[in-house]
Design a protein around this ligand. Structure first.
Ligand SMILES: *[C@@H]1O[C@H](CO)[C@@H](O)[C@H](O)[C@H]1NC(C)=O
Ligand SMILES: *[C@@H]1O[C@H](CO)[C@@H](O)[C@H](O)[C@H]1NC(C)=O
Ligand SMILES: *[C@@H]1O[C@H](CO)[C@@H](O)[C@H](O)[C@H]1NC(C)=O
Ligand SMILES: *[C@@H]1O[C@H](CO)[C@@H](O)[C@H](O)[C@H]1NC(C)=O
Ligand SMILES: *[C@@H]1O[C@H](CO)[C@@H](O)[C@H](O)[C@H]1NC(C)=O
Length: 745
């Protein structure tokens, strides 16, 4: 694939978007790591699918995993090791009943585990779809066994009936908050709290054919001057009621309720009195249709209060009109302010059957509709929502939608990318060598890859994209743990329909040179000159070269000079010198006898240099440079050098075998270079009497061909002209670090 072409194609749209700000946009990952079984540790069992529910119990060192008709306890340190499992199948009677109601016996009439929450006293609360009749149970893990308790609870309103329907839930203290559909048909959406059975109204102005995405709680009562309450936020998309359009339009929403809500006394009895929602926008290009939210992750700095928390979200196109995905981030404080101070929307009948939603500009009752009970309300004698006056309740019942649309930080996405659709996002904060903390985004895609990206002062940088699942599977869930394995602090767990994978937050050894390590701009990694290795950053390591914000590798020690490879070519033949750039952001440049080669002098190909009909004047010293621009400067890194001599001997007198052997021998040296340098060049030249007959060291050849086939498969997903190729390298141990993690979702 032509790098330039790919760059043009894939950068075009986002570039157009960013052109205004004149920001460099690295819309392709600097490194694309093709599938390799060593990329991750895996777990799956035969005939078990849909590994999409996870619960981390770090103090016990287990990852609880919910799949179809099965619950597992896996070793958090090595998920390939199963500590225990327990089956929970829908009974044959249930399955028959489900089938008789017209559902598919193979795909729908099974028990999909959907809810897994810790409830204290060493028990967990588990719910499953149970062949379209959701049930919940308690399960405990002790010793090395998972034990289900006998009693079942009705799972209606907690867990969806339909395994294909999205839902959201969290356990806050002893209260289960869930957003799902309450009935068999999936037509009664609710946000419900188990204690008190407080729920949303069945009204299209509250929830209108929603798709629930995610939920998070926020401790807004902590040190609150106004005596505010804690809140639960819900992200979803739904059919817009407020739109003046003929067709259905789906919009993204954030809603919130107050934890202390007990419902109203007469109006809104057993219903939320604090349910307010607002549209959230993630403006991608000049898109006509709004993009739709697919996942949201609450990220908080553990050293700061809730106002610093940020929701990171992924959005994709509404219809399949575009293959762009975007990441937008929202300040919780911005969202909170809209609910606390913003204007409401109100329905106005326009024609007999048509209702228009406009900004409400009339008088707003006191206490403010939808507000949590705060000091001001308490002063007025209102201590709980049951005390709220009907006027306030009726207002919020009719007008739960805010007028203002919530915009992301900076009024634009943090990242826009074409290709593999984003499905999940999770953010981890890393304290880098410069003492600054960087939020690092891990984004799952529908092609089974995970992207790692950081926004450096407005510049989006995708460090790498790693193919984790093969064959490709959409990533359905992502979780973190802060455990340390081989001095790498933090692990990421990804679930798909076919299995689960565990990857370290960073694999610094992928960079084998200082230049590559620094240009990778990975907050977790730095070059340790003493060890001569790219290592996981640790407090105990002071002498680390890292340049995250600008990618300046000039502090790197001079690389060892590369020994040129000797090459003898017969006059009149073609000469191909292979060379791949160091990264997807690098471009190849050739020099001959220290002078830049102009394209006319030889054919410069994506993966090398081709000189046809070699003549005496083509002899010389060829150098291949990988030129990579970072914010700081242009870096030219020598990848390979060739000393080409022209063999004038009679070309009629061919001795194939010897020639082949000679070539092989000369290339074998490269195998060593390959291993030593670990550079991303694998395509090796071989010159022969027969064009195209390549003779290569076996291992390199094999990797290259695997890489190529992998790459062609992955091109759609990885969008890069080159793939990163792991050089044969031993496992290296790296240095300990401690970073602050945030593991709550
Ligand atoms: C993880 O566990 C599996 C299964 O027991 C084992 O084969 C593998 O070697 C372990 N991996 C590591 C890195 O310990
Ligand atoms: C469960 O996994 C199977 C196998 O990959 C897949 O075909 C099916 O769509 C999945 N079901 C759900 C509800 O996600
Ligand atoms: C991991 O994080 C949890 C909180 O999420 C904390 O309680 C635990 O001590 C941390 N473990 C380590 C090894 O840092
Ligand atoms: C290449 O040839 C030069 C002399 O022309 C010699 O000094 C050098 O050692 C050779 N290099 C290799 C790698 O064989
Ligand atoms: C190769 O170059 C020689 C001398 O420069 C020329 O005579 C010959 O025609 C060329 N052959 C081809 C196939 O271009």
């Amino acid at each position: 694939m032509n790098l330039l072409l790919s760059l043009t194609v894939f950068c075009l749209l986002p570039l157009a978007l960013m052109a205004k700000e004149n920001l460099p946009l690295n819309c392709i990952p600097r490194r694309s790591v093709p599938y390799h079984r060593d990329n991750a540790r895996f777990f799956s069992e035969n005939d078990v699918y849909n590994y999409s529910t996870m619960l981390l119990i770090e103090d016990k060192g287990v990852l609880m995993l919910g799949a179809r008709e099965k619950v597992y306890a896996l070793d958090l340190y090595n998920i390939s090791q199963k500590r225990a499992s327990a089956a929970w199948e829908a009974t044959p009677a249930k399955k028959t009943e489900c089938k008789n109601k017209g559902k598919n016996a193979e795909t729908e009439c099974l028990n999909y585990i959907r809810i897994l929450h810790e409830v204290g006293d060493d028990r967990m609360y588990v719910c499953g779809t149970n062949a379209f009749d959701p049930e919940c149970k308690y399960v405990s893990f002790s010793g090395d066994a998972l034990t289900f308790e006998k009693e079942m609870e009705d799972g209606k309103g907690k867990c969806p009936f339909d395994p294909f329907q999205r839902y959201a839930s969290i356990m806050a203290g002893d209260d289960l908050y869930s957003a799902t559909s309450m009935n068999f048909l999936g037509s009664e959406p609710v946000l419900i709290r188990s204690s008190g059975n407080i729920r949303t109204e069945f009204k299209s102005s509250w929830l209108n054919e929603p798709t629930f995405v995610s939920m998070a709680q926020m401790q807004e009562s902590k040190e609150s001057e106004s005596g505010d309450d804690d809140k639960v936020y819900l992200f979803f998309s739904e059919t817009a009621v407020e739109c003046d359009c003929y067709n259905k339009l789906v919009v993204s929403r954030v809603a919130r309720v107050c934890k202390g809500d007990l419902g109203g006394l007469r109006t809104l009895q057993k219903k939320w009195t604090t349910f307010l929602k607002a549209r959230i926008d993630c403006p991608v290009l000049e898109s006509q249709l709004p993009y739709i939210i697919r996942d949201a992750y609450r990220w908080c700095d553990p050293e700061k209060d809730w106002k610093s928390c940020i929701f990171y979200t992924v959005f994709t196109a509404q219809l399949d009109t575009s293959d762009l995905s975007a990441v937008c981030a929202y300040r919780v404080s911005d969202i909170s302010r809209v609910f606390a101070e913003g204007k409401y929307k109100t329905p106005v009948p326009v024609e007999t059957s048509f209702v228009k939603w406009v900004m409400y500009s009339g008088e707003v009752p006191i206490p403010r509709p939808g507000a949590c009970i705060n000091n001001a309300a308490r002063k007025a004698g209102i201590h709980k929502t049951l005390d709220l006056p009907d006027r306030t309740l009726q207002f919020v019942k009719d007008k739960p939608l805010m007028d203002q649309v919530i915009q992301p930080i900076g009024d634009k996405p943090l990242l826009v990318r074409r290709g593999a659709t984003f499905t999940q996002i999770i953010v981890n904060q890393m304290k880098a060598a410069d003492g600054n903390k960087y939020p690092v985004m891990f984004i799952g895609t529908d092609k089974g890859t995970v992207l790692k990206a950081v926004n450096y002062d407005g510049e989006m940088f995708i460090i790498e994209e790693v193919q984790i699942f093969h064959p490709r599977q959409p990533i359905k869930i992502l979780k973190f743990s802060n455990i340390t394995i081989q001095d790498v602090h933090g692990q990421l767990y990804a679930g798909s329909d076919t299995g689960v994978a565990q990857i370290p937050l960073a694999t610094c050894e992928r960079s084998s040179s200082c230049m590559d390590c620094v240009l990778a701009r990975d907050p977790y990694c730095g070059w340790n000159s003493a060890l001569g290795k790219c290592v996981f950053i640790s407090k105990s390591h002071r002498e680390i070269i890292q340049s995250l914000k600008v990618g300046d590798a000039s502090l790197c020690p001079d690389a060892d000079p590369i020994k040129p490879l000797n090459l003898s070519v017969r006059e009149g033949e073609d000469l191909k010198l292979s060379c791949l750039p160091l990264s997807s952001l690098g471009k190849i440049m050739w020099q001959k006898n220290n002078i830049d080669l102009t394209p006319s002098a030889a054919l410069q190909l994506q993966d090398g240099l081709l000189i046809q009909n070699v003549s005496l004047s083509d002899a010389g010293h060829y150098r291949c440079l990988s030129v990579e621009h970072s914010r700081a400067k242009k870096h030219s890194i020598t990848v390979i050098e060739h000393l080409v001599t022209i063999d004038l001997s009679d070309s009629g007198d061919r001795t194939l075998d010897t020639q082949a052997q000679t070539d092989c021998a000369s290339v074998t040296g490269l195998q060593v270079a390959c291993a030593l340098l670990g550079l991303a060049f694998f395509a090796l030249l071989a010159w022969n009497f027969y064009k195209g007959h390549l003779c290569m060291p076996w291992s390199c050849f094999k990797s290259k061909s695997e890489e190529q086939s992998q790459e062609s498969q992955n091109q759609e997903a990885l969008h890069s002209g080159v793939s990163y190729q792991a050089a044969p390298r031993e496992e290296k141990s790296v240095v300990i670090s401690s970073n602050s993690n945030n593991n709550q979702h």
